[in-house]
Design a protein around this ligand. Structure first.
Ligand code: HEM
Length: 347
Protein backbone atom coordinates (compact mmCIF):
# COMPACT_ATOMS: atom_id res chain seq x y z
CA UNK A 1 0.00 0.00 0.00
CA UNK A 2 1.25 3.45 -0.85
CA UNK A 3 2.29 5.73 2.02
CA UNK A 4 -0.25 8.35 2.87
CA UNK A 5 0.89 11.77 1.66
CA UNK A 6 0.37 14.91 3.78
CA UNK A 7 -1.58 16.93 1.23
CA UNK A 8 -3.77 13.97 0.30
CA UNK A 9 -4.61 13.26 3.92
CA UNK A 10 -5.84 16.78 4.63
CA UNK A 11 -7.18 17.25 1.09
CA UNK A 12 -5.13 20.35 0.74
CA UNK A 13 -5.70 20.74 -2.99
CA UNK A 14 -9.43 21.26 -2.40
CA UNK A 15 -8.83 23.82 0.30
CA UNK A 16 -6.11 25.75 -1.52
CA UNK A 17 -8.10 25.83 -4.73
CA UNK A 18 -11.13 27.33 -3.11
CA UNK A 19 -10.19 31.02 -3.17
CA UNK A 20 -11.65 32.76 -6.19
CA UNK A 21 -11.74 36.54 -5.77
CA UNK A 22 -14.33 38.14 -8.02
CA UNK A 23 -12.88 41.63 -8.24
CA UNK A 24 -9.45 40.90 -9.80
CA UNK A 25 -7.73 38.40 -12.03
CA UNK A 26 -4.05 39.26 -11.95
CA UNK A 27 -1.72 40.08 -9.11
CA UNK A 28 -1.21 43.62 -10.49
CA UNK A 29 -4.84 44.51 -9.82
CA UNK A 30 -4.95 42.44 -6.63
CA UNK A 31 -6.69 43.82 -3.53
CA UNK A 32 -7.88 42.70 -0.10
CA UNK A 33 -10.58 40.40 -1.41
CA UNK A 34 -8.16 37.48 -1.06
CA UNK A 35 -7.76 38.19 2.65
CA UNK A 36 -11.54 38.67 2.98
CA UNK A 37 -12.24 35.24 1.49
CA UNK A 38 -9.53 33.43 3.43
CA UNK A 39 -10.55 34.89 6.76
CA UNK A 40 -14.17 33.84 6.25
CA UNK A 41 -13.05 30.35 5.29
CA UNK A 42 -10.85 30.07 8.37
CA UNK A 43 -13.81 31.14 10.53
CA UNK A 44 -16.08 28.58 8.93
CA UNK A 45 -13.52 25.83 9.54
CA UNK A 46 -13.36 26.75 13.22
CA UNK A 47 -17.17 26.92 13.33
CA UNK A 48 -17.17 23.37 11.99
CA UNK A 49 -14.88 22.22 14.81
CA UNK A 50 -17.04 24.01 17.39
CA UNK A 51 -20.14 22.24 16.05
CA UNK A 52 -18.34 18.92 16.16
CA UNK A 53 -17.46 19.41 19.85
CA UNK A 54 -20.93 20.70 20.65
CA UNK A 55 -22.59 17.68 19.07
CA UNK A 56 -20.33 15.39 21.05
CA UNK A 57 -21.15 17.14 24.31
CA UNK A 58 -24.87 17.00 23.54
CA UNK A 59 -24.54 13.32 22.72
CA UNK A 60 -23.08 12.65 26.17
CA UNK A 61 -25.67 14.78 27.92
CA UNK A 62 -28.69 13.43 26.11
CA UNK A 63 -28.59 10.29 28.26
CA UNK A 64 -30.86 10.25 31.29
CA UNK A 65 -27.98 9.84 33.59
CA UNK A 66 -24.45 11.16 33.58
CA UNK A 67 -22.28 8.73 35.46
CA UNK A 68 -20.33 10.73 38.03
CA UNK A 69 -17.75 7.97 38.26
CA UNK A 70 -17.06 7.81 34.54
CA UNK A 71 -15.10 10.42 32.65
CA UNK A 72 -18.30 11.77 31.03
CA UNK A 73 -18.31 15.03 32.90
CA UNK A 74 -14.59 15.67 32.57
CA UNK A 75 -14.83 15.03 28.82
CA UNK A 76 -17.70 17.47 28.57
CA UNK A 77 -15.76 20.14 30.44
CA UNK A 78 -12.65 19.50 28.34
CA UNK A 79 -14.59 19.86 25.08
CA UNK A 80 -16.36 23.00 26.23
CA UNK A 81 -13.05 24.52 27.29
CA UNK A 82 -11.70 23.72 23.85
CA UNK A 83 -14.62 25.61 22.32
CA UNK A 84 -13.63 28.52 24.55
CA UNK A 85 -10.04 28.42 23.28
CA UNK A 86 -11.24 28.41 19.66
CA UNK A 87 -13.45 31.40 20.40
CA UNK A 88 -10.48 33.22 21.95
CA UNK A 89 -8.53 32.55 18.78
CA UNK A 90 -11.22 33.72 16.39
CA UNK A 91 -11.64 36.86 18.46
CA UNK A 92 -8.00 37.71 17.85
CA UNK A 93 -8.40 37.10 14.14
CA UNK A 94 -10.66 40.13 13.78
CA UNK A 95 -7.57 42.32 13.97
CA UNK A 96 -6.07 40.62 10.92
CA UNK A 97 -9.07 41.70 8.87
CA UNK A 98 -8.92 45.15 10.43
CA UNK A 99 -5.61 45.77 8.65
CA UNK A 100 -7.95 46.33 5.67
CA UNK A 101 -9.32 49.89 5.63
CA UNK A 102 -12.82 51.05 4.71
CA UNK A 103 -11.54 52.30 1.34
CA UNK A 104 -9.80 48.98 0.66
CA UNK A 105 -13.11 47.22 1.35
CA UNK A 106 -15.01 49.48 -1.04
CA UNK A 107 -12.81 48.25 -3.87
CA UNK A 108 -14.63 44.96 -3.89
CA UNK A 109 -17.69 45.28 -1.61
CA UNK A 110 -20.12 45.53 -4.54
CA UNK A 111 -19.07 42.23 -6.03
CA UNK A 112 -20.21 40.26 -3.01
CA UNK A 113 -23.73 41.70 -2.83
CA UNK A 114 -26.09 40.36 -1.47
CA UNK A 115 -23.92 37.73 0.24
CA UNK A 116 -23.25 38.32 3.94
CA UNK A 117 -21.97 36.59 7.06
CA UNK A 118 -25.63 36.80 8.07
CA UNK A 119 -26.04 33.76 5.83
CA UNK A 120 -23.52 31.73 7.82
CA UNK A 121 -25.50 28.58 8.52
CA UNK A 122 -22.83 27.25 10.84
CA UNK A 123 -22.90 30.36 13.03
CA UNK A 124 -26.67 30.01 13.43
CA UNK A 125 -26.29 26.31 14.18
CA UNK A 126 -23.80 27.08 16.94
CA UNK A 127 -26.23 29.58 18.45
CA UNK A 128 -29.17 27.18 18.14
CA UNK A 129 -27.29 24.19 19.54
CA UNK A 130 -26.10 26.21 22.49
CA UNK A 131 -29.68 27.16 23.22
CA UNK A 132 -30.41 30.57 21.76
CA UNK A 133 -34.08 30.60 20.77
CA UNK A 134 -35.67 32.45 17.90
CA UNK A 135 -38.02 34.34 20.25
CA UNK A 136 -35.00 35.69 22.08
CA UNK A 137 -33.37 37.13 19.00
CA UNK A 138 -33.04 40.81 18.32
CA UNK A 139 -35.15 41.77 15.27
CA UNK A 140 -36.29 38.20 14.87
CA UNK A 141 -38.12 39.02 11.67
CA UNK A 142 -34.74 39.08 9.89
CA UNK A 143 -34.15 35.41 10.50
CA UNK A 144 -36.98 33.64 8.79
CA UNK A 145 -37.14 36.02 5.86
CA UNK A 146 -36.49 34.58 2.44
CA UNK A 147 -35.64 37.75 0.55
CA UNK A 148 -32.32 38.52 -1.16
CA UNK A 149 -29.47 38.32 1.34
CA UNK A 150 -31.35 35.98 3.68
CA UNK A 151 -30.54 32.37 4.38
CA UNK A 152 -31.50 29.88 1.65
CA UNK A 153 -34.58 27.72 2.22
CA UNK A 154 -32.36 24.64 2.61
CA UNK A 155 -30.16 26.31 5.25
CA UNK A 156 -33.18 27.68 7.07
CA UNK A 157 -34.65 24.18 7.17
CA UNK A 158 -31.48 22.81 8.75
CA UNK A 159 -31.39 25.58 11.34
CA UNK A 160 -35.05 25.00 12.09
CA UNK A 161 -34.37 21.29 12.70
CA UNK A 162 -31.51 22.17 15.06
CA UNK A 163 -33.74 24.60 16.93
CA UNK A 164 -36.17 21.77 17.59
CA UNK A 165 -33.55 19.32 18.85
CA UNK A 166 -32.55 19.50 22.52
CA UNK A 167 -30.00 22.29 22.77
CA UNK A 168 -27.10 22.09 25.20
CA UNK A 169 -28.97 24.48 27.46
CA UNK A 170 -32.00 22.19 27.72
CA UNK A 171 -29.77 19.21 28.48
CA UNK A 172 -27.94 21.15 31.17
CA UNK A 173 -31.29 22.12 32.69
CA UNK A 174 -32.40 18.49 32.84
CA UNK A 175 -29.10 17.50 34.42
CA UNK A 176 -29.36 20.28 37.02
CA UNK A 177 -32.91 19.23 37.86
CA UNK A 178 -31.71 15.71 38.60
CA UNK A 179 -29.22 16.88 41.24
CA UNK A 180 -29.95 14.61 44.24
CA UNK A 181 -28.17 16.39 47.09
CA UNK A 182 -31.20 17.92 48.70
CA UNK A 183 -32.81 14.51 49.24
CA UNK A 184 -34.04 14.11 52.81
CA UNK A 185 -31.71 11.16 53.54
CA UNK A 186 -28.68 13.48 53.66
CA UNK A 187 -30.31 16.13 55.85
CA UNK A 188 -31.44 14.30 59.01
CA UNK A 189 -28.64 15.76 61.12
CA UNK A 190 -28.95 19.32 59.77
CA UNK A 191 -29.36 22.01 62.40
CA UNK A 192 -31.37 24.93 61.17
CA UNK A 193 -29.69 28.26 61.81
CA UNK A 194 -32.78 30.43 61.40
CA UNK A 195 -36.31 30.39 62.73
CA UNK A 196 -37.71 30.65 59.25
CA UNK A 197 -40.19 28.03 58.17
CA UNK A 198 -41.53 27.62 54.66
CA UNK A 199 -43.95 24.73 54.29
CA UNK A 200 -43.06 24.14 50.69
CA UNK A 201 -39.31 24.57 50.95
CA UNK A 202 -36.37 22.55 52.07
CA UNK A 203 -35.01 23.82 55.42
CA UNK A 204 -31.68 24.61 53.78
CA UNK A 205 -33.38 27.12 51.53
CA UNK A 206 -35.30 28.68 54.43
CA UNK A 207 -31.92 29.34 56.09
CA UNK A 208 -30.30 30.49 52.90
CA UNK A 209 -33.09 32.96 52.22
CA UNK A 210 -32.52 34.49 55.67
CA UNK A 211 -28.78 34.73 55.09
CA UNK A 212 -29.44 36.32 51.71
CA UNK A 213 -31.90 38.78 53.24
CA UNK A 214 -29.27 39.82 55.78
CA UNK A 215 -26.72 40.36 53.02
CA UNK A 216 -28.89 42.87 51.17
CA UNK A 217 -28.47 46.59 51.59
CA UNK A 218 -31.55 48.77 52.12
CA UNK A 219 -31.92 49.75 48.49
CA UNK A 220 -31.68 46.13 47.38
CA UNK A 221 -34.58 44.79 49.40
CA UNK A 222 -36.62 44.00 46.30
CA UNK A 223 -34.09 41.30 45.55
CA UNK A 224 -35.71 39.05 48.13
CA UNK A 225 -38.92 38.86 46.13
CA UNK A 226 -36.76 38.17 43.09
CA UNK A 227 -35.07 35.35 45.01
CA UNK A 228 -38.47 33.72 45.70
CA UNK A 229 -39.51 34.16 42.12
CA UNK A 230 -36.34 32.73 40.59
CA UNK A 231 -35.79 29.80 42.93
CA UNK A 232 -39.35 28.84 43.92
CA UNK A 233 -42.06 30.30 41.74
CA UNK A 234 -41.19 30.91 38.12
CA UNK A 235 -37.52 30.26 37.57
CA UNK A 236 -35.55 32.59 35.36
CA UNK A 237 -35.84 32.87 31.57
CA UNK A 238 -36.54 29.33 30.47
CA UNK A 239 -34.77 27.71 33.44
CA UNK A 240 -37.19 26.27 36.02
CA UNK A 241 -36.73 26.88 39.78
CA UNK A 242 -35.30 23.42 40.61
CA UNK A 243 -32.53 23.82 38.05
CA UNK A 244 -31.80 27.37 39.26
CA UNK A 245 -31.53 26.04 42.84
CA UNK A 246 -29.09 23.35 41.73
CA UNK A 247 -26.95 25.92 39.89
CA UNK A 248 -26.85 28.13 42.99
CA UNK A 249 -26.05 25.19 45.28
CA UNK A 250 -23.18 24.01 43.05
CA UNK A 251 -21.81 27.54 42.86
CA UNK A 252 -21.99 27.97 46.64
CA UNK A 253 -20.36 24.68 47.59
CA UNK A 254 -17.95 24.26 44.71
CA UNK A 255 -15.15 23.60 47.20
CA UNK A 256 -16.64 20.12 47.81
CA UNK A 257 -15.00 17.58 45.52
CA UNK A 258 -18.18 16.35 43.90
CA UNK A 259 -19.04 19.87 42.77
CA UNK A 260 -15.65 20.73 41.24
CA UNK A 261 -16.53 19.54 37.77
CA UNK A 262 -20.16 20.69 37.80
CA UNK A 263 -18.93 24.14 38.79
CA UNK A 264 -16.26 24.10 36.06
CA UNK A 265 -19.00 23.16 33.64
CA UNK A 266 -21.31 26.04 34.61
CA UNK A 267 -18.41 28.45 34.64
CA UNK A 268 -17.30 27.36 31.17
CA UNK A 269 -20.82 27.92 29.82
CA UNK A 270 -20.71 31.51 31.09
CA UNK A 271 -17.29 31.85 29.54
CA UNK A 272 -18.52 30.64 26.15
CA UNK A 273 -21.36 33.17 26.29
CA UNK A 274 -18.88 35.89 27.18
CA UNK A 275 -16.41 34.96 24.43
CA UNK A 276 -19.16 34.81 21.82
CA UNK A 277 -20.37 38.20 22.88
CA UNK A 278 -16.78 39.49 22.71
CA UNK A 279 -16.76 38.27 19.14
CA UNK A 280 -20.07 40.00 18.42
CA UNK A 281 -18.67 43.20 19.87
CA UNK A 282 -15.42 43.07 17.90
CA UNK A 283 -17.31 42.22 14.72
CA UNK A 284 -19.72 45.10 15.34
CA UNK A 285 -16.86 47.59 15.88
CA UNK A 286 -15.12 46.33 12.77
CA UNK A 287 -18.31 46.65 10.73
CA UNK A 288 -18.85 50.23 11.92
CA UNK A 289 -15.30 51.01 10.90
CA UNK A 290 -15.70 49.43 7.47
CA UNK A 291 -19.16 50.58 6.42
CA UNK A 292 -20.20 53.18 9.01
CA UNK A 293 -23.97 53.42 9.06
CA UNK A 294 -24.65 51.84 5.70
CA UNK A 295 -27.00 48.87 5.53
CA UNK A 296 -25.44 45.41 5.46
CA UNK A 297 -25.08 43.35 2.30
CA UNK A 298 -27.42 40.88 4.02
CA UNK A 299 -30.17 43.51 4.17
CA UNK A 300 -30.17 44.30 7.90
CA UNK A 301 -29.68 47.80 9.25
CA UNK A 302 -25.97 46.88 9.55
CA UNK A 303 -24.03 47.98 12.62
CA UNK A 304 -27.27 49.00 14.42
CA UNK A 305 -28.58 45.46 14.11
CA UNK A 306 -25.26 43.98 15.24
CA UNK A 307 -25.17 46.28 18.28
CA UNK A 308 -28.69 45.08 19.21
CA UNK A 309 -27.66 41.41 19.10
CA UNK A 310 -25.03 42.18 21.74
CA UNK A 311 -27.48 42.79 24.53
CA UNK A 312 -29.80 39.92 23.66
CA UNK A 313 -27.96 36.97 22.22
CA UNK A 314 -26.87 34.97 25.26
CA UNK A 315 -27.59 31.28 25.79
CA UNK A 316 -26.59 30.99 29.45
CA UNK A 317 -27.36 34.39 30.85
CA UNK A 318 -29.49 33.05 33.74
CA UNK A 319 -26.65 30.80 34.86
CA UNK A 320 -24.18 33.68 34.84
CA UNK A 321 -26.62 35.85 36.76
CA UNK A 322 -26.77 33.33 39.62
CA UNK A 323 -24.04 35.60 41.04
CA UNK A 324 -26.87 38.00 41.99
CA UNK A 325 -27.93 35.57 44.69
CA UNK A 326 -24.62 34.64 46.28
CA UNK A 327 -23.58 35.47 49.81
CA UNK A 328 -20.18 35.55 51.50
CA UNK A 329 -18.52 32.16 52.04
CA UNK A 330 -18.53 32.52 55.82
CA UNK A 331 -22.29 33.18 55.88
CA UNK A 332 -23.25 30.00 54.02
CA UNK A 333 -25.29 27.44 56.02
CA UNK A 334 -23.02 24.56 57.10
CA UNK A 335 -23.94 21.34 55.42
CA UNK A 336 -24.94 18.25 57.45
CA UNK A 337 -22.33 15.54 57.97
CA UNK A 338 -24.24 12.88 56.03
CA UNK A 339 -24.14 15.09 52.97
CA UNK A 340 -20.51 16.07 53.44
CA UNK A 341 -19.58 12.41 53.64
CA UNK A 342 -21.49 11.68 50.49
CA UNK A 343 -19.85 14.43 48.45
CA UNK A 344 -16.25 14.29 49.72
CA UNK A 345 -13.44 11.95 48.76
CA UNK A 346 -12.83 10.61 52.30
CA UNK A 347 -13.62 12.20 55.59
C1 HEM B 1 -15.24 43.72 6.29
C2 HEM B 1 -15.63 42.85 7.15
C3 HEM B 1 -17.05 42.58 7.50
C4 HEM B 1 -18.14 43.38 7.34
C5 HEM B 1 -18.21 44.80 6.80
C6 HEM B 1 -19.28 42.64 7.84
C7 HEM B 1 -20.56 43.13 7.86
C8 HEM B 1 -21.64 42.49 8.42
C9 HEM B 1 -22.96 43.04 8.55
C10 HEM B 1 -23.37 44.44 8.10
C11 HEM B 1 -23.74 42.12 9.12
C12 HEM B 1 -25.24 42.23 9.42
C13 HEM B 1 -26.01 41.44 8.41
C14 HEM B 1 -26.11 42.16 7.09
O1 HEM B 1 -27.03 42.96 6.92
O2 HEM B 1 -25.26 41.92 6.23
C15 HEM B 1 -22.92 40.96 9.38
C16 HEM B 1 -23.34 39.81 9.99
C17 HEM B 1 -22.53 38.73 10.24
N1 HEM B 1 -21.21 38.60 9.88
FE1 HEM B 1 -20.02 40.01 9.13
N2 HEM B 1 -18.85 41.42 8.29
C18 HEM B 1 -17.51 41.35 8.09
C19 HEM B 1 -16.69 40.27 8.40
C20 HEM B 1 -17.13 39.07 8.91
C21 HEM B 1 -16.30 37.93 9.19
C22 HEM B 1 -14.78 37.83 8.97
C23 HEM B 1 -17.10 36.97 9.65
C24 HEM B 1 -16.66 35.59 10.01
C25 HEM B 1 -17.35 34.53 9.70
C26 HEM B 1 -18.44 37.49 9.70
C27 HEM B 1 -19.56 36.81 10.13
C28 HEM B 1 -20.79 37.36 10.29
C29 HEM B 1 -21.89 36.68 10.95
C30 HEM B 1 -21.86 35.29 11.57
C31 HEM B 1 -22.96 37.55 10.92
C32 HEM B 1 -24.34 37.32 11.55
C33 HEM B 1 -24.31 37.95 12.92
C34 HEM B 1 -25.64 37.90 13.66
O3 HEM B 1 -26.69 37.90 12.99
O4 HEM B 1 -25.64 37.85 14.90
N3 HEM B 1 -18.41 38.78 9.25
N4 HEM B 1 -21.64 41.21 8.95
Amino acid sequence: MEDLYYSDYIELDKILNSQHPKSFESLEEGNDEMLFIIIHQVYELWFKQILFELDLVRHIFIRDRINDNSDDLSRVVQKLKRIGKILELINQQVSVLETMTALDFLEFRNVLLPASGFQSKQFRLIEAKLGLKLEQRYKKQYYKATRRGSLSAADLGEIDTAEHEPALKELIIRWLERMPYLDEQFWNDYTQSSEAVHEDRHKFWADYREAYRNSLSQNEEARLAEFDKVFFDEGRGNIPPAAMRAALFITLYRNLPIFHLPFELLNTLSEIDELLSNWRYRHFLMVRRMIGLRVGTGGTSGSGYLEGTLSQHYAFREITEVATFLIERSKRPSLPNALKEKVSFNL
